[in-house]
Write a protein that binds this ligand. Structure first.
Ligand code: NAD
Length: 490
């Protein structure tokens, strides 16, 4: 049987992209594994402090006085647009690389991640010549009039640490505003999914960015990622990943006063009222729960359902879950692939056991045992309570916990009784209830009768343990700049 590496013409051994050159280096290598077949598809170097140091120095040199620092906004914008055109040209290749590393069906990144990444690059290219300051009227200085104005200045070198669930899209969320504002960047992709970032690096070179503006160092989080967080040449860490690592990054970066942006996990509620369009709510909740094998930070894994429609909702969602065909994403008709790694599979299986042990009713699903590949069937628990582990902890798999409520007040209390606050959906036909709930729910993004878009123009981020700061839209531009105040005493 042909290997996946041969079938998809992958390189045997990839390299870091540092200062515009492909370089080896580090402590051995990391195997990249396809989770549906448990097959090694490529190897990347396990970079460490030395490779991070070389990449940061290259990025610093371009930021502080290099050719990049002398480009105007329109010139930066034009380069980003050129990069976007190359990403569009290679979209199918990039989608395939992500799908192979994550174990998901190829049409998903092609339909969602790549269009989103492209839109993010082009949206930010448009900002590159529109980064403006303000003039601020003020009462003067010792009787003399003053003019006060501000400048938005690029923060500097950004260390971008990316997770494995939607790798190319999240890489572009960090890269595009960095380039638009004139920052430079060192990207540390996740161990499981480094290939699309390395392909992006090749496109950066082809687009003609000065060497060192964009660097990609592959390696383990605790080694290469940790080295990036404490490097004195890095001005900001932009991290997407787990809350545990997010806390470690704050501890590491804090004493150095680095800016930190954290996009972390969630346990997002989907609140379904009895007056909702039930069919639409069930379809929407299923999508919010099972998309990308449930490995989505904003996955709507706590389903809060009003009692009069509870049984009907559970039956409908079960039907939607049972309609999902789980298997090797390269096979015809498969709509859900494997979860990304063995440790993830084991952890999800333990949560499913915990749900059963705590007394929730397993309606459908469970881990697929035996054979190759780390597969979990869409799983639902009914008759659950919000104090159970399956309702409190982020499972990061296709597992939904369905909890009944009676009143609006109870729904709101349950929705907010979580350490997380990333996303939420509300399903109702009552406009007053919808807006009242949307204002009161503690979350970064709320969707009413549908999912809040993850869109290039719309800010994204969480509250509470779901993170700090915002990406995308103009908020993403602000996050890559500092506001300097200049006052002229006339
Ligand atoms: P993770 O935190 O283990 O890894 C994320 C990245 O951090 C990887 O590149 C990893 O190598 C690196 N890393 C690990 N330890 C590090 C350290 N000590 N110092 C620096 N870097 C380190 O998370 P994961 O398992 O890859 O991703 C799953 C988590 O990410 C989930 O909690 C999920 O909710 C969250 N996530 C959030 C968003 C969002 O937008 N909020 C998006 C995707 C994923």
């Amino acid at each position: 049987m042909t290997s996946l590496a041969e079938q998809f013409q992958l390189q045997q051994q990839y390299r870091h992209f540092i200062n515009g050159l492909w370089q080896d280096g580090g402590d051995g290598h990391i195997d990249v594994v396809n989770p549906a077949r448990e097959e090694v598809i490529a190897r990347v170097p396990a970079g460490g402090a030395a490779e991070i140091d070389a990449a940061v120095r290259a990025a610093r040199a371009q930021f502080a006085g290099g050719a990049w620092s002398r480009l105007s906004g329109p010139e930066r914008g034009a380069l980003i647009l050129k990069l976007a055109d190359l990403v569009e040209r290679d979209a199918a290749i990039i989608a395939r690389l992500d799908a192979l590393c994550i174990g998901r069906p190829m049409h998903e990144p092609a339909m969602l991640d790549l269009p989103n990444a492209l839109a993010t690059l082009r949206h930010n290219a448009g900002w590159a010549d529109k980064i403006e300051g303000r003039t601020i009227p003020n009462p003067g200085y010792f009787g003399r009039p003053t003019v006060t104005y501000t400048r938005r200045e690029a923060i500097g070198v950004i260390g971008a640490i990316v997770p494995w669930n939607t790798p190319f899209m999240i890489t572009c969320w960090k890269l595009a505003p960095a380039l638009a504002t004139g920052c430079t960047i060192v990207i540390k992709p996740a161990e499981e999914t480094p290939l699309s970032a390395l392909h992006l690096a090749a496109l950066v070179a082809e687009a003609g960015f000065p060497p060192g503006v964009v660097n990609v160092v592959t390696g383990r989080g605790a080694v290469a990622g940790a080295a990036l967080c404490v490097h004195p040449g890095v001005d900001k860490i932009s991290f997407t990943g787990s809350p545990v690592v997010g806390a470690e990054i704050m501890r590491a970066a804090g004493p150095l006063f680095k800016r930190v942006a954290l996009e972390l996990g969630g346990k997002s509620p989907q609140v379904v009222f009895a007056d909702a369009d039930l069919e639409r709510a069930i379809q929407g909740c299923a999508m919010g729960l099972f998309f990308n094998q449930g490995q989505v930070c904003a996955a709507g894994t706590r389903l809060l359902v009003q009692r009069p429609i509870y049984e009907q909702f559970v039956a409908g969602l079960r039907q939607a879950a049972d309609n999902v065909k789980v298997g090797d994403p390269l096979e015809e008709g498969v709509s859900m692939g494997a979860v990304a790694k063995r440790s993830q599979y084991d952890s999800i299986a333990r949560y499913i056991q915990a749900g059963c042990d705590e007394g929730a009713t397993l309606v459908t699903g469970g881990a697929v045992e035996g054979g190759k590949g780390w597969f979990i069937r869409p799983t639902l628990f009914a008759n659950a309570r919000n104090d159970m582990r399956i309702a409190r902890e982020e499972i990061f798999g296709p597992v939904g916990t369905i909890i009944a409520f009676d009143t609006d007040e109870e729904a709101l209390a349950l929705a907010n009784d979580s350490k997380y606050g990333l996303g939420a959906t509300i399903w109702t036909r009552d406009i007053t209830r919808a807006h009242t709930m949307a204002a009161a729910i503690e979350a970064g993004a709320v969707g009413i009768n549908g999912w809040a878009p993850m869109d290039a123009r719309v800010p994204w981020g969480g509250v509470k343990s779901s993170g700090l700061g915002r990406e995308l839209g103009y908020s993403g531009i602000e996050a890559c700049t500092e506001e300097k105040v200049i006052t002229v005493v006339l």
